[in-house]
Design a binder for this molecule. Structure first.
Ligand code: SF4
Length: 362
């Protein structure tokens, strides 16, 4: 845990082997985008997401035809799964009985209280947590015309109270909208209102760069304030990108271990024209990861490498780096460690020389 972050106190719940809330590490989630009836492809996608660092994966269970595929999927993967269910309590009960690790429902759209009770009885039997997920589209429209922070929180609390009235507190909550400010404020209010673990993210955040930036602002802001126990970057497109961005957010603020950090300068007029710093930085990144990631992980160590455009300011600017390269003149680069020059190398040998120097020290 980052020493600068004072994490909000929350209950710890357990979704299969994954702990959420309390002092458990912040987990990264995504959601499959293939109908679960296409079972083999769904299993392949879940395994890919797990290999990229997902801690939990959610699937939409749309109707009773999804239950048999769901059973097969649960048996075929190791990662905890969440069933996303709307309206039909029987699907929630069947998913719980099939061994799902968590269910996302909104009790308010399940209908009569006896139906919610059926879900709770099944969940109690297996200690299955329930995530209440409210977004801009699921606020109480009889009371609110717009998804303001108050409307989002109030709608979440209506759903929470239904479970609390049944003495069920094995709950996680998520409140998301497509508006950065409403999402942040609603989560801040919720964080002060109840101690349930909170799943955070921005919904309908778009795709690519737009989604990456906006999601990072919301998730980063809340995590830095100590709010958030699981995260999802909701991105249009391949869900693997959600995991890559989510992991990077956690690594960037020290909430997930990352053995290698590559820093590089933006370059400026001091960079010699024969130095393609982006190309060199990418090569350094690839070589350092392939040569040292496993050994660093096994020793629980970190390594920071700098790639800088000039030798005037480069080593000084990157003095915190363990090793680095700085651009020189006439086809040369400077190899440095902790801001101190070690030797001058040809550009063409620079990455190999860097790898050699690092390998001699670890
Ligand atoms: S390290 Fe050198 S080239 Fe890079 S931004 Fe700083 S002054 Fe410019």
């Amino acid at each position: 845990m980052n020493e600068h972050i004072r994490r909000r106190e929350s209950f710890k719940i357990h979704a299969g082997k994954l702990s959420i809330g309390g002092d458990a590490p912040i987990s990264v989630q995504s959601m499959t985008n293939i109908p679960i009836e296409d079972t083999d492809r769904t299993i392949t996608q879940i395994k890919q997401l797990e290999s990229l660092g997902a801690d939990m994966v959610r699937l939409a269970v749309r109707n009773e035809k999804g239950i048999e595929p769901l059973k097969k999927i649960i048996k075929s993967v190791n990662i905890p799964l969440v069933a996303d269910i709307h309206f039909d309590y029987r699907l929630a009960v069947a998913a719980i009985e099939a061994g799902i690790s968590k269910v996302r429902i909104n009790p308010g759209n399940i209908g009569e209280s006896w139906k919610v009770e059926e879900v709770i009885i099944a969940a109690q039997d297996r200690n299955t947590p329930i995530r209440i997920g409210v977004n801009g589209g699921s606020i109480n429209r009889k009371k609110y015309s717009h998804p303001t922070p108050e409307a989002l929180v109030d709608s979440a609390l209506e759903n929470i109270r239904i479970l609390e009235d049944l003495n069920y507190t094995n709950i996680a909550v998520s409140i998301k909208s497509s508006d950065i400010f409403a999402t942040i404020e609603a989560n801040q209010i919720m964080a002060e209102t109840r101690n349930y673990p909170i799943h955070i993210g921005l919904t309908e955040a778009g795709y690519g760069l737009n989604c990456t930036v906006q999601s990072s602002i919301v998730i980063g802001h809340l995590l830095l304030k100590g709010i958030g126990d699981t995260i999802r970057v909701s991105m249009t497109g391949d869900p693997k990108d959600e995991i890559l961005v989510g992991r990077k957010i956690l690594e960037s603020i020290g909430l997930r271990y990352s053995p290698i950090k590559i820093i590089s300068c933006p370059t400026c007029g001091r960079t010699a024209t024969d130095i393609d710093l982006l190309k060199i930085a990418e090569k350094v990144d690839a070589e350092i990861h392939s040569n040292f990631e496993a050994v660093l992980r096994s020793a629980d160590k970190t390594l920071t490498i700098a790639v800088m455009g000039c030798e005037v300011n480069g080593p000084g600017e990157a003095s915190e780096a363990d090793y680095g390269l700085a651009g020189g003149q006439n086809g040369k680069m400077l190899l440095f460690a902790k801001g101190e020059r070690i030797k001058t190398v040809n550009i063409t040998d620079a990455v190999n020389e860097l790898v050699k120097a690092v390998s001699e020290s670890i």
